[in-house]
Design a protein around this ligand. Structure first.
Ligand SMILES: NC(=O)CC[C@H](N)C(=O)O
Length: 368
């Protein structure tokens, strides 16, 4: 095992699948925790990131050197709990300062029993993952012993092929929004971020949020004006029943908008496959070009899978509407023969810039 950093006072370690280890101090009570390691380059927005259900099953490395310094605010969570499986950071701040904060990050994380490690050389760690690609990791208390931790890590399943939407989707159907005038939208919750629902309700939509395994009949009974397919964690490929459901919804000519995992599901529904990226896109300053307007937008992103570019370009029923300017991956599509479109990134932000909120307006316009 190579040792990238050594800290005399180290009590905690994060070990990567390739054996690389980084030492640090535990955040709160540490036993051990497992997940796929990834990093987010956002300089703000840690609370929204930690509570985003799309991160379920992932250990998050934050690249801002200070985490916790502005506390947390109960209105700013993207779901009801902390969703990441572990936190790796440089400086963990115990003394938050912000007028609007109503709790410290420390007590927030304790409430949800999140385990983590601080005082890690996160620059070295991020450079390592960026070069060697996505892989599993374990954060553990050094008292457990390196060999024990390595054994647990070896037994942890790979993100490729992992179905996780069922772990974060709502178990019960519920309604949101009050207006009787707005369109009825069926939301397929694969791990939906709160801010997406807020954007739709703000535009007078009446939402019925369904669990990931809802039947086509239950959706049709609602007689929805449109369907929204949400973001969510894990590999889209094993979600074959959700993909079939979306295919049936398209056959019924119900207008559709998908975000992130929802975008990947729409692609799969029309025969385009998805693949695991060497490293995902996770940050709040990713440049995307809108090919319809020629304008570029700065976007919030969080995905480790993407849709196949060649298959997308060859599909006669698909128009590529958005392209990621860093690596030219597909960032948005529209169906030519149906009222359906989707984006790989996060127009709802939370956290991130609001450049792409026009997509919610486009969705409501498409329904009219
Ligand atoms: N934010 C999301 O919906 C992520 C989608 C999918 N889990 C991925 O990592 O690509």
């Amino acid at each position: 095992m190579s040792t990238r950093t050594f800290n005399e006072k180290a009590k905690a370690v994060v070990i990567l699948e390739d054996g690389t280890a980084f030492y640090g101090k535990s955040i709160g009570k540490l036993n051990y925790t497992l997940g796929e390691i990834c990093f987010n380059t956002g300089m703000t927005g840690y609370q929204e990131i930690f509570t985003d259900p799309s991160y379920f099953g992932q250990i998050m490395v934050t690249t801002n050197a200070h985490i916790g310094n502005y506390g947390v605010n109960s209105d700013e969570s993207e779901s009801e709990t902390v969703q990441i499986s572990g936190l790796v950071c440089k400086n963990f701040s115990l003394n938050p300062s912000r007028v609007n904060s109503d709790d410290s990050l420390k007590s927030f994380l304790e409430q949800f029993r999140l385990q983590g490690i601080s005082d890690v050389d996160t620059r070295a760690l991020v450079r390592h993952i960026r070069k060697h690609g996505a892989m599993n990791a374990i954060i553990g208390n050094l008292d457990l012993g390196i060999d024990v931790l390595k054994e647990k890590l070896a037994n942890h399943p790979n993100m490729k092929g992992l179905e996780l939407a069922s772990k974060v989707s709502t178990s019960k159907t519920y309604n949101l929004g009050e207006s009787n005038s707005g369109p009825k939208i069926a939301v397929l919750d694969l791990g939906c971020k709160t801010n997406i629902l807020k954007h739709l309700v703000k535009r007078d939509a009446q939402l019925t949020v369904f669990p990931y395994n809802v039947s086509l009949d239950d959706i049709l009974k609602l007689q929805p004006d449109a369907i929204f397919v949400s973001n969510g964690p894990g590999d889209p490929e094993p979600l074959t029943e959700v993909t079939q459901l979306v295919r049936s919804v398209l056959d019924k000519k119900i207008p559709l908008f998908g975000i992130c995992l929802g975008h990947q599901i729409l692609a799969q529904a029309i025969g385009i496959s998805t693949y695991k990226m060497h490293n995902g896109h996770r940050g709040i300053n990713h440049p995307v070009k809108n090919l319809q307007t020629g304008k570029s937008e700065i976007t919030s992103q969080n995905h480790g899978f993407a849709i196949d570019k060649q298959q997308t370009q060859k599909n006669p029923n698909v128009e590529v509407t958005h392209i990621h300017l860093n690596d030219q991956t597909i960032a948005g599509i529209k169906l030519k023969n149906k009222k359906a479109f989707s984006v790989q990134y996060h127009p709802e932000a939370g956290p991130g810039p609001n450049d792409a909120t026009y997509l919610f307006d486009d969705f409501l316009q498409m329904i009219k």
